[in-house]
Design a protein around this ligand. Structure first.
Ligand SMILES: Nc1ncnc2c1ncn2[C@@H]1O[C@H](COP(=O)(O)OP(=O)(O)OP(=O)(O)O)[C@@H](O)[C@H]1O
Ligand SMILES: [Mg+2]
Length: 320
């Protein structure tokens, strides 16, 4: 469990994190999303103790992240694996030795049968058994990230921290890496914290997400809630407000969060005996469910009836 409580951090005069409070449950895949410079990487570095913070508290699995207590911090860091956008592999080492590197740091013999089994098992899990003795330069970007993931898991961490782990990869390869992270979360029971500016990443794997802007948490919740009905700043970030709407009549946006398959709109038209036009609609795929939003245009005089009907059937709406 990761508890971040009222954390603030400054670099000199620059306040980078402002009163951040986030609770991440065991075995959760949690997303931290926001624009460049929002403070995402800094927050991640505070969680694993690479950066200090000035106020508040970060507690990981019951232990406070405290740079002053070096020994405790060192032990805690062993329980957190980390992967980055640029993979950070050592070019002079092959896949096996790159994965083994954290063991070497901790003085663990990497040539014992147990170590060998561990390393080869992880390389197999990330799908690279045929590349066991390849050098990084012989691997594609996606394969390099797989090595980095295996390396991050070699000390059996409880938490995996991912900083823009898929930003350098194309969409198809990204999907493969996200599937792998999901598999790791499920099979090894590891908590995963994903820092990203890509909405696709959050949509595909995160159970909950915090949207960060200028060092503050502006919104938090399930991705489907954040994206299907975004608040103003989130909407701006997602640039979903650029749609042209008719100037005549009333534009109403409807949000479908569960009953997407029910023909609510056509039923409404029949029941209220009205006409309307559809301006735009979109469906979003969140892990296994589909959520949608739709903008319709109705006549001014039908407005109250339509809104009353939507309230009655329990569809969320917003007049645009
Ligand atoms: N070591 C540092 N010293 C001074 N300022 C820093 C340092 N590291 C980060 N900053 C500043 O802190 C702010 C947040 O940086 P951070 O790297 O956390 O953003 P980010 O959300 O990860 O951005 P990106 O999406 O570009 O990676 C930025 O204004 C950055 O310039
Ligand atoms: Mg960053």
């Amino acid at each position: 469990m990761v508890d971040i409580l009222n954390v603030s951090k400054r670099f000199g005069d620059l306040e980078v994190l402002k009163d951040i409070t986030i609770h991440i449950a065991d075995r959760e895949i949690y997303g931290i999303i926001g624009q460049s410079g929002a403070g995402k990487s800094t927050l991640l570095r505070c969680i694993n103790g690479l950066e200090d913070y000035q106020s508040g508290e970060i507690v990981v699995n019951g232990v406070k992240v405290n740079k002053k207590d070096e020994k405790a911090l060192h032990e805690l860091q062993r329980t957190m694996g980390m992967i980055f956008q640029n993979f950070n592999l050592l070019e002079r080492l092959d896949v096996y030795d790159n994965v083994a590197l954290p063991m070497k740091f901790w003085g663990i013999d990497t040539k014992t049968p147990e170590a060998k089994e561990k390393i080869e098992g992880l390389v197999r899990m990330v799908g690279l058994e045929e590349k066991l003795h390849a050098r990084p330069r012989e691997l594609s970007g996606g394969q390099k990230q797989r090595v980095a993931i295996a390396r991050a898991l070699v000390l059996d961490p409880k938490i995996l921290l991912c900083d823009e782990a898929t930003s350098a990869l194309d969409p198809a390869i990204t999907r493969g890496i996200l599937d792998l992270l999901q598999q790791i979360n499920k099979e090894l029971g590891i908590t995963i914290i994903v820092v990203t500016h890509q909405m696709e990443v959050v949509k595909q794997i995160c159970r909950r997400v915090a949207f960060i802007k200028d060092g503050r948490v502006l919104a938090e919740g399930r991705p489907e809630e954040l994206f299907v009905k975004p608040e103003k700043d989130v909407k701006k970030f997602l640039q979903s407000d650029s749609n042209l709407l008719p100037a005549e009549g009333i534009n109403i946006q409807l949000f479908f969060t569960d009953k997407t398959d029910e023909p609510i709109i056509t039923m409404m038209a029949r029941e209220l005996n009205i006409n309307f036009s559809i301006c735009w609609g979109k469906l979003e795929d969140f892990r296994s469910s589909v959520y949608g939003s739709l903008v319709i245009n109705v006549k001014e005089e039908d407005r109250d009836n339509v809104l009353a009907y939507l309230n009655r059937v329990g569809v969320a709406w917003e007049v645009l």
